[in-house]
Write a protein that binds this ligand. Structure first.
Ligand code: ADP
Ligand code: CA
Length: 420
C-alpha cells in the first residue's frame, strides 16, 4: 500500500483523540493532527496545526493551505466540534464528505427536528420559543409531558422533562440560565419544547458509504430514561430487541441520516422505541463519545477507530461483524454536586466477574456538577460476558462496589449588604 496520510481534526480535550491516534499508528497512517485553538493562543503558538475552528471558513482555508505540500487521503473529525470544518475542507479537496449543511443540522437540535419532520422521519411534535420569552405566557399552550432543551448543547445538558405548567416554567427558566452560563446570547437563543416520547432507548453506531448505512452496533440503554433529567448510564450490545424491531430502528436511523444529508463516515443515533415504532431523538455525524468505543472490536480484532479510518481512506473493510461476546459500558453518573475527594472500592469492583476495566475520569479535588447543569461523568466501567443480561448485571455489581467521597463545595459569596 502506498504511503497514506490523514488530517485528524479534534478539540484539545476530546476523550476520543488517543484512540484515533493509536488506530492511525496501527494502520501506518501519517497524521496531521489539527487542534481547535482559540485565535489568540493560535497566533502566539505559531504552530500551523493550531487553528480556531469557530472561524470555519478561515480555518478551512488554512487547512487546505497546510495540506498542499502534504496531501491527505481523508479529513477525519474526531468529535462534534470538528464535523463542519472537516466537511468544508474535504469538499474543497475533492475528498468524500458530508454536505457542510448536514454537519450543521446534525449539531443544531431545531434544524435537525425541522429536517427530520420535513422528510417524514418520526419525531415528537416540537416548537421553538425565544429564550427571552416569559414561560408563564406559554405554559398553557404546551402539550404535557414535554421536554425542554437548548438547541446547541450536548451530553443531555439542559434537557429537562416537565409534566405540568409549573414544572414547565421552572424548567424553561433553568434551561435559560444554563444557556447563559454557557455564553449563549439570550436575545437570540432559542429553546426547544417537544413532546416527551415514552419508550425504551437505544443507540445505533453506524457507518455511511455514499448514503448507505452499515450498522456496526446497536446498544440498549436498559436504565429507564424518564426524566426529569436524562443521564446516560448503561450501554449494552447486542440489543435484546427483536430482529424486526432492530431492523425498524436501523431503517429509521438510515432515513434520518439521509434526511439531514449525511452520506459518509460514522453516525451515532439515539432512538426511542414504543408500540408506535421507533422515534428519532438525535443523530450525530460522529462515532460514539467518551471512552465507550473501547469495548467494540470488529472482524479480526479491529477497533472502531481503525474501522473508521480504513473506511475514510477508501480501503476495503473485510468485516463489519462485531467480534466476541456481549459487551457493555456504564458512564458513571455524578450522584450529587460537591468536591470529589476520593473513590473507594475500585479494586473490589475490578474483581467482579465480567468487568474489563474501570476508568475514573473526574479529577480529584475538583467540583462535580450533576445534570442538568453539568457536562461530564465520573468515569466509565467496561464489561464483557456471555449474554447482555450478564453484562448489565456485572456493570451494576461493579458500580455498587464504588464509593464516591464527595464533600460540599463552599462557595465564597461576594458580601452584599446585610439585612437588618
Ligand atoms: P443531547 O444532545 O444533550 O444528548 P438529546 O436531545 O439527545 O440531547 O437528549 C438527551 C436525552 O434526553 C435523550 O437521550 C433522551 O433520553 C432524552 N430525551 C430528549 N428528548 C426527548 C423526548 N422528546 N422524549 C423523551 N426523551 C427525550
Ligand atoms: Ca443525545
Amino acid at each position: 500500500m502506498r504511503h497514506r496520510r490523514i488530517a485528524l481534526l479534534s478539540s484539545p480535550t476530546s476523550y476520543r483523540t488517543p484512540a484515533f491516534l493509536a488506530a492511525a499508528e496501527r494502520l501506518k497512517l501519517e497524521v496531521i493532527h489539527i487542534v481547535d485553538t482559540p485565535e489568540a493562543l493560535a497566533r502566539e503558538w505559531r504552530r500551523p496545526e493550531a487553528i480556531d475552528f469557530s472561524q470555519s471558513e478561515a480555518a478551512a482555508a488554512r487547512i487546505v493551505e497546510l495540506v498542499r505540500e502534504r496531501p491527505v487521503d481523508a479529513v477525519v473529525p474526531v468529535d462534534d466540534s470538528a464535523t463542519l470544518l472537516a466537511a468544508l475542507v474535504a469538499s474543497r479537496l475533492g475528498l468524500p464528505h458530508n454536505d457542510p449543511d448536514a454537519a450543521l443540522a446534525a449539531r443544531d437540535k431545531l434544524r435537525m427536528r425541522e429536517r427530520l419532520h420535513a422528510h417524514g422521519v418520526p419525531v415528537p411534535r416540537f416548537r421553538p420559543y425565544p429564550a427571552a420569552i416569559d414561560p408563564r405566557s406559554i405554559a398553557q399552550e404546551i402539550e404535557y409531558p414535554c421536554v425542554v432543551k437548548p438547541t446547541l448543547l450536548s451530553g443531555s445538558r439542559g434537557v429537562i422533562r416537565a409534566d405540568h405548567p409549573s414544572e414547565f416554567v421552572a424548567a424553561f427558566e433553568r434551561v435559560r440560565r444554563i444557556i447563559a452560563s454557557d455564553g449563549g446570547d439570550l436575545e437570540r437563543a432559542v429553546i426547544l419544547v417537544e413532546r416527551f416520547v415514552p419508550g425504551f432507548e437505544v443507540a445505533l453506531e453506524g457507518l455511511l458509504t455514499e448514503g448507505q448505512l452499515q450498522v456496526l452496533a446497536l446498544f440498549d440503554k436498559p436504565d429507564p430514561l424518564d426524566g426529569p433529567f436524562f443521564e446516560e448510564t448503561i450501554y449494552v450490545t447486542p440489543s435484546r430487541l427483536t430482529e424486526t424491531t432492530q431492523k425498524a430502528v436501523a431503517e429509521c436511523a438510515g432515513r434520518a441520516a439521509a434526511a439531514l444529508g449525511l452520506r459518509t463516515g460514522p453516525i451515532h443515533a439515539e432512538l426511542r422505541v414504543n408500540d408506535q415504532g421507533p422515534w428519532l431523538i438525535e443523530v450525530a455525524g460522529r462515532s460514539i463519545g467518551g471512552l465507550c468505543s473501547t469495548i467494540l472490536e470488529f472482524g479480526t480484532g479491529m477497533t472502531l477507530e481503525e474501522l473508521i479510518l480504513t473506511h475514510a481512506i477508501g480501503e476495503p473493510i473485510t468485516s463489519f461483524e462485531r467480534r466476541g461476546e456481549a459487551v457493555g459500558v456504564m458512564m458513571i453518573p455524578i450522584p450529587r454536586s460537591g468536591i470529589l475527594r476520593r473513590v473507594e472500592g475500585i479494586e473490589e469492583a475490578r474483581t467482579v466477574p465480567g468487568i474489563l476495566g474501570i476508568e475514573i475520569t473526574a479529577k480529584l479535588n475538583h467540583p462535580l456538577v450533576p445534570l442538568p447543569e453539568g457536562a461530564s461523568y465520573l468515569g466509565f466501567i467496561f464489561a464483557r460476558a456471555r449474554t447482555p443480561a450478564e453484562v448489565e448485571e456485572a456493570l451494576r455489581a461493579a458500580h455498587r462496589q464504588l464509593v464516591f467521597r464527595i464533600t460540599p463545595e463552599i462557595r465564597l459569596q461576594p458580601v452584599t449588604a446585610m439585612r437588618p
